[in-house]
Structures are given as structure tokens and as C-alpha cells.
Design a protein around this ligand. Structure first.
Ligand SMILES: *Cc1c(COP(=O)(O)O)cnc(C)c1O
Ligand SMILES: [Zn+2]
Length: 387
């Protein structure tokens, strides 16, 4: 295991990685795992990767779970990066690919974060897990907790898509429906966790969901022959995957796996819940709570993100931007993607396609640029949206 410590993402203060940790003690901000990358690079040559297992655990040395500890796994990651030529032509682009995260266990990329968070929580002695969820995180937590033999307590807004609620209960989790949004659910977990003995696996409030999601960045580079695309569109709620990829790019560069070039990171949000877009437009580093948040893309219904500054820093450093699309546009793009390419994407994936169309029209993405769009989940979990 090559983790040296955890560091506060705001001020850098080190924290002990040998015990369960939440947010930083100094600033109350996310903690990031720091590695001895010289040793990771020596132990894990990128050329040895093709013989490794077809899951995100192929990057084991760059992940936080010690070599002797067994992962809690359902075969997550190593999802296809699918060329979508008909959709690309419709958009006026030459090279668009969809990273199809609906092919993960529990049908969303939340599996990446939860395999890591639950593996680490069990390894470090947690006996019960809890989290708020706007949708897919709940299903992933229920699955990985069951796989680990640990109880899960999940708090969801009462209008969360039914499929998300059902999959949690069918996998044995205790679900509480809350009259509010995900931050209200998070407050409920925070209020009760000490008395109940729960370990809180809220995104970016423990260090390891981001480590699982950073594998998106490793996979992109490996699947593109150790290059990166020009533009990445990422449907941004808490932003864990976007900031995780940004961390992965940095780690890979320091190991000599990729160069210094970075994609423009486009954070895509819903018009009805766009705190990051507002902060981006205002030139701010922190995003206040977005009032009266509403969108049928439940994964984007995150009015307040603890990692706001990490998202905004990455978007700015990359020369990217933060953009919003309406629910009508994302649902139309979902149907278009399905009809043209046979991918029944989640509305969050549709949002990225809709945003890409807007950016092409505005001349902000050029026809010859290499674009990767994230489809983060499965349309089948959102039947209410398509009724
Ligand atoms: C959670 C979720 C998102 C947002 O992911 P973050 O990393 O929290 O920004 C996007 N799409 C889907 C389908 C999700 O479940
Ligand atoms: Zn700090």
C-alpha cells in the first residue's frame, strides 16, 4: 500500500490514514489520499496493465486498499468507451465517445465510489454504514454494504425515482424517505450517526469515494492509448468524478504515464439546480446553496456541494466551463442518443449531450476536437421521466 497520508484539500494539513476519517479537522473540507507515486509507478508499470483484470481494481497499487485486504467488489469499472458516430455527425463533430457507466454493477458509476469507500470502511473497522442519496448512490451503498456483510442506512428525498428506493430495500438496506433534498438527508445522517454508530459515507465527506471515481481518469487514458481527449463533459452533482479524474491526471503525469496536456473539463448541470454554474459565472470559488432546486435528473439535484472549490478550481485550471441545460433539452437528447446509438442513457447523460450541442453551436467546441461524454447511469432507473 502506497498511501502516505491524507491531506486537507483546502490547506494541505496531513491526517492519519490508518483510521476512519471524515472531513478535515482543520477546515471541515474533503480529505484526499496522497501516495508515494514513485513507488506506485515502480510497482505498477502501465505496460503491465493489459494483462490485469477487467475492473477498476486493475489499478490496485494506485488505490488505497492495502495489498493484504480483500476488496468488496461486484466487478465494477473498466466500462466501454463507445464511439458514437451517428450522434457525432448529428452534432457536427468528428470524434465523440461515450464512457458508458450504466454498465457498472447497480447500473451507475456510483459503484466505483462505493466499492472503494465500503472496502476501506470495512478494512478500518466500520460496523454500520449510512449515507444520503439523491438516487443512485443509495443503490450502490445497499449493494456494497450487503456484499461486505454490513448494515446500511440510507436517507433519500421522498420523490427519489422509485427504482432507486426499491433496489435499496431489496438489497436489505434500511431506507428513510425525507421531506427535503439531499442536503436535508445529509443533515439527518450527521445528526444521528454518532448515537447510532454509523460511519457516514456521504460523497467527499470520507476520503475514498473520490479514490474509486478517480479510476475514470485512469481508464480514459488507458483506453485512449495514454492520451486524453480535448473536451470532457461531466454531469456534475457533488462533482466527485470530475475532481477524481482531475486528481488521476495529476497522479498519472507524476508517474510519467501522460503528459501535461489536459482536457477542458465541462461541468454540466440542470437549469433547475445550477449552483456550480452560478459560481462559475460570478467568478467565485465557493458556491452557495441553490434555492428551490428541481430537476428530473436526480443525480444533478445537489444544491450544495462540499467539493465546490475543487470542481471550480479544476474547471478553471483546465480552461473549461460550467453550463446548464433544461430538463426538456436533456430528455430530448436522451431520446436522440437512444435512437441513434442504442444507448438508453440516464437524463444526466442526456444533459451532457444537450450541453455539447449548445457548445458546438456557440463555437466553444470545434468540429475536429476529440470529445468524451459521460453517461453516468441507466435510463431504465428513471421511468417516471419518460412516462
Ligand atoms: C450521482 C450522479 C451524478 C453526479 O455525480 P457527482 O460525481 O456527484 O457529480 C451524475 N449522474 C448520475 C446518474 C448520478 O447518479
Ligand atoms: Zn485544512
Amino acid at each position: 500500500m502506497f498511501v502516505t497520508h491524507l491531506a486537507c484539500t483546502l490547506c494541505g494539513q496531513p491526517h492519519d490514514h490508518a483510521r476512519l476519517q471524515a472531513v478535515s479537522a482543520c477546515c471541515g473540507k474533503p480529505l484526499y489520499a496522497q501516495y508515494d507515486l514513485a513507488r506506485v509507478g515502480a510497482a505498477l508499470g502501465r505496460d503491465a496493465l493489459p494483462t490485469r483484470e477487467a475492473s477498476l481494481w486493475r489499478y490496485r497499487e494506485a488505490l488505497p486498499l492495502p495489498a493484504g485486504a480483500a476488496p468488496v467488489t461486484l466487478g465494477e469499472g473498466w466500462t466501454p468507451l463507445l464511439p458514437v458516430p451517428r450522434l457525432a455527425a448529428r452534432l457536427g463533430l468528428a470524434d465523440v465517445r461515450v464512457k458508458d457507466e450504466s454498465q457498472n454493477p447497480t447500473a451507475s458509476f456510483k459503484a466505483r465510489g462505493m466499492t472503494m469507500a465500503v472496502s476501506m470502511a470495512r478494512h478500518l473497522g466500520a460496523t454500520a454504514l449510512a449515507a444520503p442519496s439523491a438516487g443512485n448512490a443509495g443503490g450502490a451503498l445497499a449493494a456494497y454494504a450487503a456484499r461486505a456483510g454490513l448494515p446500511a442506512f440510507i436517507f433519500m428525498p421522498k420523490d427519489t425515482p422509485r427504482a432507486n428506493v426499491i433496489e435499496c430495500t431489496e438489497m436489505g438496506a434500511r431506507v428513510t424517505l425525507v421531506d427535503g433534498l439531499i442536503h436535508d438527508c445529509g443533515a439527518e445522517v450527521a445528526r444521528r450517526k454518532d448515537a447510532e454508530g454509523w460511519f457516514d459515507v456521504s460523497t467527499l465527506k470520507e476520503p475514498y469515494r473520490a479514490e474509486g471515481k478517480k479510476t475514470l481518469g485512469y481508464e480514459l487514458a488507458e483506453q485512449l492509448g495514454w492520451t486524453l481527449p480535448d473536451v470532457i463533459l461531466y454531469p456534475t452533482g457533488g462533482g466527485t468524478g470530475l475532481v477524481g479524474m482531475w486528481k488521476a491526471f495529476d497522479e498519472m503525469e507524476r508517474m510519467g504515464w501522460i503528459g501535461a496536456a489536459r482536457p477542458r473539463m465541462i461541468a454540466v448541470q440542470a437549469a433547475g439546480c445550477q449552483p456550480i454554474v452560478r459560481a462559475w459565472q460570478a467568478g467565485e470559488r465557493f458556491a452557495p446553496l441553490f434555492e428551490r432546486a428541481h430537476t428530473s435528473a436526480s443525480g444533478l439535484r445537489v444544491p450544495k456541494a462540499i467539493g465546490d472549490f475543487l470542481i471550480l478550481d479544476a474547471v478553471r485550471a483546465s480552461g473549461g466551463e460550467a453550463v446548464a441545460v433544461t430538463d426538456e433539452a436533456m430528455l430530448a437528447a436522451t431520446r436522440e442518443t437512444g435512437s441513434l446509438e442504442g444507448l438508453f442513457v440516464a437524463p444526466e447523460g442526456g444533459a451532457c449531450v444537450a450541453a455539447l450541442r449548445d457548445l458546438v453551436r456557440a463555437g466553444r467546441v470545434r468540429p475536429d476536437e476529440r470529445v468524451v461524454v459521460f453517461n453516468t447511469g441507466a435510463g431504465l432507473k428513471y421511468l417516471e421521466c419518460f412516462a
